[in-house]
Design a protein around this ligand. Structure first.
Ligand SMILES: *Cc1c(COP(=O)(O)O)cnc(C)c1O
Length: 382
């Protein structure tokens, strides 16, 4: 059966051009980048070139880029690392209730270590209220971590405004930009970002490789100690193929951003319009305007999202109920509950996230099957 993939916020397929650049480093070019002979040195050069490309794309310095094992590690490294290193300056951190578990659970760890964490609740549309944010700043606030794009509802936060305020007060500002890369023209200078997390497999790169950008003047303690890799800041023999693939995937993402966004948005908008037209008693979750082009998160009253997911799976359709990271749990999404949705409406949500390779035909098939599935499940519930 043909797979119709509409879960691009969970992961994306690897691009052919990315895989092609990686293959030599998985085969003949296997040397350890720390070795002094040519077989190793060449790989070190490949890493340096990838680092330079990524730094140029996000407008950072080369020595502000660190390779990690993914978005989760980057979030941990940055949040724990900056908080612990700067503890003497203050013990207060601000984040939001709708962050990814990698951020929320890093915050929980810091709370156990004695930090005070403020969890901002967004407005009903999923966007942080800047006035509310300002009210929570204190003299002991050292770190703010607010995600760029939410993985469940796709809302885009006012990152530039938050960054500007943090810069003004000398507070470090981290953003989990995992869902923004490839869709928003992320420029760390323009947005006043001090630290940023990204993950390759969310922008058509390989899994298990991520990037932390940490501004030069920001001190942090290491998450992973060991050898001298990554200028002594993140130990472990480098994932050379992954690093090379990440640079290629990010290059593609920036180069084709406008074209891809236009195409993806057309499919997403068509899906929303048709679902609204054909299915009564639905709720579209998250702001409609300040929203990444990929995302449609809709609650279908009277059903359980997970059951619709299973119906769609029979036809080879991949979508998500809540976020993939919390799939398997029967708990309603913490993001949707934060917006003020009831437990039932939160459980009734289905997230569809479009990608650059989706087609109109696939989308029409999806819409038909969602309509069929919702009708079937609603009848059953009666
Ligand atoms: C996927 C995701 C992560 C985790 O990235 P991994 O590379 O899978 O560890 C973190 N934050 C957000 C917003 C994500 O969507």
């Amino acid at each position: 059966m043909d797979i119709k993939y509409f879960d691009h916020s969970a992961t994306t397929p690897i691009d052919k051009s990315v895989l092609q650049e990686m293959v030599p480093y998985l085969k003949d070019s296997f040397g350890n980048p720390s070795s002094s002979y040519d077989l190793g040195k060449k790989n070190k050069e490949a890493i340096n070139l990838a680092r330079m490309k990524i730094a140029t794309l996000i407008n950072s310095k080369v020595n502000e880029i660190y390779f990690t094992s993914g978005g989760s590690e980057s979030d941990n490294m940055i949040i724990k690392g900056i908080a612990i290193a700067n503890r003497r300056r203050g013990n207060h951190i601000i984040t939001s209730t709708i962050e990814h578990p990698a951020v929320l659970n890093s915050m929980k760890y810091l709370e156990k270590c004695g930090f005070k964490v403020t969890y901002l609740r967004p407005r009903e549309n999923g966007i942080i209220n800047i006035e509310d944010f300002k009210k929570h700043l204190t003299k002991s606030t050292i770190l703010v971590s607010i995600m760029f794009v939410n993985n469940e509802i796709g809302t885009i936060q006012p990152i530039k405004e938050i960054g500007t305020i943090c810069r003004k007060y000398g507070i470090f500002f981290h953003t989990d930009a995992v869902q923004a890369m490839g869709y928003v023209n992320v420029d760390v200078k323009e947005y006043n970002i001090d630290a940023l997390s990204m993950s390759s497999h969310k922008f058509y790169g390989p899994k298990g490789i991520g990037v932390s950008y940490i501004k030069e003047n920001v001190s942090f303690v290491n998450l992973i100690d060991g050898g001298h890799q990554e200028r002594d800041r993140r130990a472990g023999t480098e994932n050379v193929a992954g690093i090379v693939g990440t640079a290629k995937a990010l290059e593609n993402a920036y180069k084709n951003m406008n074209e891809n966004n236009k195409k993806i948005k057309a499919l997403r908008d068509y899906y929303i319009v048709e679902i609204k037209r054909r299915i009564p008693y639905i709720k579209i979750n998250g702001d409609l305007k300040d929203r990444v082009v990929t995302n449609a998160n809709i609650s279908f009253a009277g059903i359980v999202g997970d059951e619709l997911l299973k119906e769609l799976n029979k036809d080879g359709i991949c979508v998500s109920s809540g976020s993939a990271c919390s799939a398997g749990f029967v708990n309603p999404s913490h993001v949707l509950l934060s917006l003020g949705l009831s437990k039932n409406l939160s459980k009734a949500a289905v997230r569809v996230t479009f990608g650059k390779d989706n087609t109109r035909e696939e989308t029409e098939f999806l819409i038909d099957k969602v309509e069929e599935g919702v009708n079937k499940l609603r009848k059953k519930a009666k």
